[in-house]
Design a protein around this ligand. Structure first.
Ligand code: ZN
Length: 198
């Protein structure tokens, strides 16, 4: 592998970075933006930005969540206001906001930083907010065999605020509830109250 190729860890996704830069250069030329010295290095910057913003494609969040501790704690564990940045797969424009993640352990807990990392890995893929929310919940439910999982995401989508209907400040809220946080009214209300949603 030479230094201009990026090899990502898990799936050996080889990316021909010079070709990627060249393609973005073609894209910019075809947009007929006129002569502008400031654009000279822009294809390289955009290529590297995409590689960073989509770096979660090859990573498996459930691997992160496998590092667990045995603990008899059987009440809600919540990490709230996790900031994240993701890319809308329809426009390749960012959507960003906060994720609130909670689970009811069943004998195993996980470091809080691992929950934040799992959110980040799923966010660094082409996404829609609904799927992002569900994927985070499913991975925690699977990896921890949690008795319940709740994920609420609030986000602003640049494809809606900077273009299209142009409604700055509008935030989309999605939730994914699993197990007892879905089926048990008291557990669900406790979760929503603790994340400040009710
Ligand atoms: Zn979009």
């Amino acid at each position: 592998m030479n230094e201009t190729e990026i090899e990502s860890s898990a799936e050996h996704r080889y990316i021909d970075r010079p070709r990627l830069i060249h393609l973005i250069d073609d894209l910019i030329k075809e947009l007929r933006l006129g002569e502008n010295d400031g654009l000279t290095d822009t294809p390289r910057r955009i290529a590297d930005m995409y590689l960073e913003l989509f770096s979660g494609v090859d990573q498996d969040p459930e691997e992160l969540l496998k590092v667990q501790f045995n603990e008899e704690h059987d009440e809600l564990v919540i990490l709230k206001e996790i900031p994240f940045y993701s890319m809308c797969e329809h426009h390749f424009l960012p959507f960003h906001g906060q994720a609130h993640v909670g689970y009811l352990p069943d004998g195993a807990i996980v470091g809080l930083s691992k929950l934040a990392r799992a959110v980040e890995v799923f966010a660094k893929r082409p996404q829609v907010q609904e799927r992002l929310t569900g994927q985070i919940a499913d991975s925690i439910e699977n990896a921890l065999s949690a008795r319940g999982v709740g994920v609420v995401i609030e986000a602003e989508h640049l494809c809606m605020t900077a273009r299209g209907v142009r409604k700055p400040g509008a935030r989309m809220v999605t939730s994914a509830l699993r197990g007892r946080l879905r089926d048990d009214v008291n557990s669900r209300q406790e979760f929503l109250r603790l994340i400040g949603s009710v």
